[in-house]
Design a binder for this molecule. Structure first.
Ligand code: NDP
Length: 254
């Protein structure tokens, strides 16, 4: 009986940044549980879309830059035109940028905040009307342990602040829209092996520090996030809202 609660057969799910990395793993998990997928990103240069199709999922792709102010509404409109409803929204697209505080440019600050904070705000704002109209829905935001602790050795004040904003947006929306049957949660991942965490020659010495600071003593593979995302997006978590679920191999327990 309990496995029934993880089924989302026929539900419509948007995953931003769903063409690679963590977003792709979440799209696979939701697709496997029966969801119809709409994935978005600027490119599909790593073949994520193909892998979703090969797995037999019902998937469509909205090629778009989420920092364009008009794009969030366009993604919502596209999905409503195609499927008539939006049951699940996963705000995953994000960017990380490190850099010494004193030399951190306004351009970099704007880039991080536009993608990690403003676009998440706009996606949520645009999806609320249809979700309210249809009697409810689920939003899952991808935050970070960087929104909870100041991780080292990389200097990344702007990124950390952006992810703390995602966590607070999650709690505020959960509180404000619970009476409309809209649940809003976040996942705060630790270090996952993705394009984002591929390091350059100058910074690859960070890996041992990350491993050492993680009780499980390794980075995570993207497959290790799918089940948790499915939990938060399905009726299995029907009494969970406003939660930031940490998946970090124990990093923040120290
Ligand atoms: P990746 O860089 O591997 O993937 C990021 C995804 O976001 C890609 O699909 C990318 O596609 C999309 N994206 C980036 N910029 C834009 C944009 N302007 N418009 C539309 N889509 C965009 O990152 P991860 O999978 O590692 O990260 C996913 C999320 O998880 C992010 O929010 C990140 O902050 C968070 N996270 C990751 C951690 C990790 O260790 N990897 C740890 C904690 C949090 P494209 O470039 O083609 O547009």
């Amino acid at each position: 009986m309990v496995l029934e609660r993880f089924k989302i057969t026929g539900k419509v799910a948007i995953v931003t940044g769903g063409t690679r990395g963590i977003g792709l793993a979440i799209a696979h998990a939701l697709g496997e549980a029966g969801a119809k997928l709409v994935v978005t990103s600027r490119t599909d240069k790593f073949g994520g879309l193909d892998s979703l199709k090969k797995a037999g999922h019902d998937v469509s792709f909205v090629e778009s830059d989420i920092t364009d102010r008009n794009v969030p509404q366009k993604i919502i409109d596209y999905t409503l035109d195609k499927h008539g409803v939006i049951d699940i929204l996963v705000n995953n697209a994000g960017v990380a940028q490190h850099g010494e505080m004193e030399a951190f440019t306004d351009e970099l600050l704007d880039k991080i905040m536009n993608i990690n904070v403003d676009s998440v705000f706009r996606m949520c704002r645009s999806v609320l009307t249809p979700m309210k109209k249809q009697g409810g829905g689920v939003i899952l935001n991808i935050g970070s342990i960087s929104g909870l602790v100041s991780n080292i050795p990389q200097p990344q004040v702007a990124y950390n602040a952006s992810k703390a904003a995602v966590h607070m947006m999650t709690k505020s929306l959960a509180s404000d829209f619970a009476d409309q049957n809209i649940r809003v949660n976040a996942i705060a991942p630790g270090y996952f092996r993705t394009e984002m965490t591929k390091l350059s020659k100058e910074t690859e010495h960070w890996y041992p520090t990350w491993d050492k600071m993680t009780p499980l003593n390794r980075m995570a593979e993207t497959e290790e996030i799918g089940a948790a995302a499915l939990f938060l997006c399905s009726p299995a978590s029907s009494y969970v809202t406003g939660e930031v679920l940490v998946i970090d191999g124990g990093y923040t327990s120290r």
